[in-house]
Design a protein around this ligand. Sequence first.
Ligand code: SAH
Ligand code: SF4
Ligand code: F3S
Length: 466
Amino acid sequence: MSNKTTVISAQELAAQFAYCDQIAAYWHDRDRVPTAYVETYGCQQNEADSEKLRGYLTQSGYTITDSAEGADVVVMNTCAIREHAEQRVFGNLGALVHTKRRHPAQKIFLCGCMAGQRIVSDRIRHSYHHVDGVFSTHHLWQFPEILYNVLYGGKRQFYITDEPGSIAEGIPQVRDDKLKAWVSIMYGCNNFCTYCIVPYVRGRERSRQPQDILAECRALIEGGCKEITLLGQNVNSYGKDLDCCMDFSDLLERIAQIPGEFLIRFMTSHPRDAGRKLFDTMARYDKIAKQLHLPFQSGSSRVLKAMNRHYDREKYLEAVRYAKSVMPDLVLTSDVIVGFPGETEEEFEETITLIQKVRYDALFTFIFSPRHGTPAASMEDPTPKQEKNRRFDKLCAVQNEISTQIHAAYVGKAMRCLVDGKDGDHLTARTEGGRLVRFQGSDDLIGTYQTITITGSTTWSLTGKI
Ligand code: SAH
Ligand code: SF4
Ligand code: F3S
């Protein structure tokens, strides 16, 4: 496997668009408007990929529906991060046998991170015969070709070659949300944290050209978008593979200089590369949200080393200290894994003391899940499941208390929020730090920034009034 990024040429992409035209002709001949359903699992990266799948499907004449029942095409865009995520997909995939029985012409595809694992594609090949095509994230740009081959050739398609990955510009996108947009700035990951499957299924780190990213952001803002979230597994290493001289902070700065009323968020930052330049840039621009998702994974330096994270407890705490010193209102969130192989009770307690010290606004908590082919999956793991569950519950209890206290401190404050939608008879809004606020108001406020006074709080959200 070579290490070079492939850039998909305009001609290669044009060939895919020609497949879209032929698929549209297929349905035109049958005098029918076909329907397609895309089900997304996992992180924002997958959400962004699903927008491209829908883009291709729309271009091929499909109407997008919100159910697999009766759909002519079903695409499952999957996540492999933990065993539980995979089990859900296998369960739902199994259930599609019945939708296909009721609509035998239905074509079913599985893509995303699970599709990048040989054990998964083999299992689909041998045990899930109702699945018509499997393609890994590296082959997403070829989806029209795969769909065409299935429609016209009738044979099952497997596009799963192992490669470092490519960059394809110009795939059409159907975005879920007009107000908030995901913009991928890079793909893949080079970090190989010992527990993590992502580098194996998403390939090597590769950055999009800054001019492509800037053009996309400009177009979004001109189209009325109010919030852009820049995506990458480790945004701080943006640009390392480019010939030009732009790092992530430079890119953020250039986006913040685009005229218009909007906010920029980004995820995820790896503590190994998140440094003062980034925090200073965030502090300097009003358009960069004072929100940071900085996963720490463990409070123990010994465990961090075993995870191959390339920072220790002290370095992490120092980064947080500096970030808070230049951004006093910073909203900080993180990911943490409990029960990494060999984690002792004392090491777990170091995780507890770290969250008590940092006081995160919110925490995404996970129990270690062994992933086939990763180094941690074959590490000795003597801690019983029950004990891991106990640690997990304790961690959640400590964090919930902190979140409740932090949210309670919002009460009485006036916050500038983007009104982004409705939930029952309430409107919903997000603070600059990304906290959810529910309040009463008329629908025409949706899409505007409003100052909302916070009147109440829970562990997970806030209530307020205009
Ligand atoms: N690139 C991001 C994280 C992507 S995965 C980063 O480096 O921070 C999201 C989160 O899932 C990770 O931060 C980690 O906390 C969790 N995770 C990843 N692999 C896991 C595994 N094998 N078991 C449990 N949690 C895992
Ligand atoms: Fe996984 Fe680590 Fe890469 Fe994040 S940085 S995607 S946790 S390997
Ligand atoms: Fe899951 Fe792939 Fe994202 S494994 S978390 S969908 S990068």
